[in-house]
Design a protein around this ligand. Structure first.
Ligand code: UDP
Ligand code: MG
Length: 313
């Protein structure tokens, strides 16, 4: 199979028929063998019924329906697991991404030998102030922390080599940082293509202002997990030791001073409190590291999403 299109969606019933027709047109034009995997992320409208109607007309349309809303990342994760194509394309269901970009994205994976091609919405068509500026800041932070030179990490339109999507797990709200997950897994050939971005035709955006807070926290955890996820003791243990030694140093100073000069009052010195706090912090950090090690050693897969129904998968 040439292509798998993975499309996570939440309450997008109006867009689905139009999107499917457009994708079919592009696929037929290029004679691709393909599948469209719609992942219904707990929609409360008629999205799932619409998907089934589309499937009745075209068996290349497949669907996964979550029992509840798990988030876009979960949708991508399950779509990736089910995908069979050599190249996997992800896109949003809201018609903001153009299926006409698919052939070129696929060509870049296969001929330019890239593992991942990310879309870049150079000219955006959504609310300027709430999206453009924060998104610029984000991308700058993500670029710095990950060392991946992409302009638009969060673009829903991306293309992947099959091996890549089978090697990563997209959890939490990590859909913003799939290129970073890919890099951590050793897929370094990451490219970018300027893509057409369109205004949302139907429905509303599913992410509010808290996208920025969550996005920032996820950036921190991805950075931390990527660096120390498999060896938490190297982080906590180091800082635990440093704090413990600081505390010990102050304690020694106090004890020696007391021995030399019997009138020396230990408890009314700042050093006493510094020593106390530092030793406690040090031990706590150490414990955190130790618990972290136990958790990483004993955790199997982190993810488990309840799937209510499947169609064609
Ligand atoms: N989406 C989803 N689960 C969610 C939120 C969003 O599957 O919990 C889908 C949504 O239906 C759309 C895509 O993710 O297909 C991008 O969402 P949206 O268009 O609302 O984001 P924006 O374009 O505003 O960044
Ligand atoms: Mg959108």
């Amino acid at each position: 199979m040439d292509l798998s299109l993975v499309i996570p969606l939440l309450n997008e019933e109006e867009s689905l028929p139009e999107l499917t027709a457009w994708i079919e047109r592009v696929m037929d034009e290029h004679h691709y063998t393909y599948e469209i995997i719609f992942v219904d992320d707990g929609s409360t409208d008629n999205s799932w019924e619409v998907i089934q109607q589309l499937r009745a007309r075209n068996p290349h349309v497949k669907g996964i329906k979550f029992q509840r809303n798990y988030g876009k990342s979960a949708g991508l994760n399950e779509g990736f697991k089910a995908a069979q194509g050599e190249v996997i394309i992800t896109m949003d269901a809201d018609l903001q991404d153009s299926p006409d970009e698919i052939p070129e994205l696929r060509r870049m994976i296969l001929e330019d030998n890239l593992d991942l091609v990310s879309g870049w919405k150079k000219k955006r068509y959504d609310n300027r102030l709430t999206k453009n500026l924060p998104s610029k800041l984000f991308n700058a932070a993500a670029r710095r922390m990950s060392g991946i030179k992409l302009h638009d990490f969060n673009c829903g339109l991306k293309a992947y080599r099959k091996k890549l999507v089978k090697s990563i797990e997209v959890y939490g709200e990590m859909h913003r940082y799939v290129p970073v997950l890919a890099k951590w897994s050793g897929f370094r050939r990451i490219g970018e293509k300027v893509v057409e971005h369109r205004a949302r035709k139907y429905g509303v955006s599913k992410f509010g202002w808290n996208r920025f807070i969550n996005g920032f926290l996820d950036l921190l955890s991805i950075f931390f997990i990527g660096k120390f996820g498999k060896r938490p003791m190297h982080f906590f243990g180091l800082w635990g030791t440093i704090f413990f030694l600081i505390g010990l140093g102050f304690a020694l100073y106090l004890v020696i001073s007391k021995l030399i000069e019997p009138e020396f009052g230990i408890t009314n010195r700042p050093g006493f409190y510094i020593s106390l706090t530092a030793v406690i912090l040090g031990v706590q950090l150490f414990l955190a590291g130790f618990l972290g090690e136990l958790v990483t050693r004993n955790s199997a897969s982190r993810n488990f999403y309840l799937i209510e129904e499947k169609a064609g998968i």
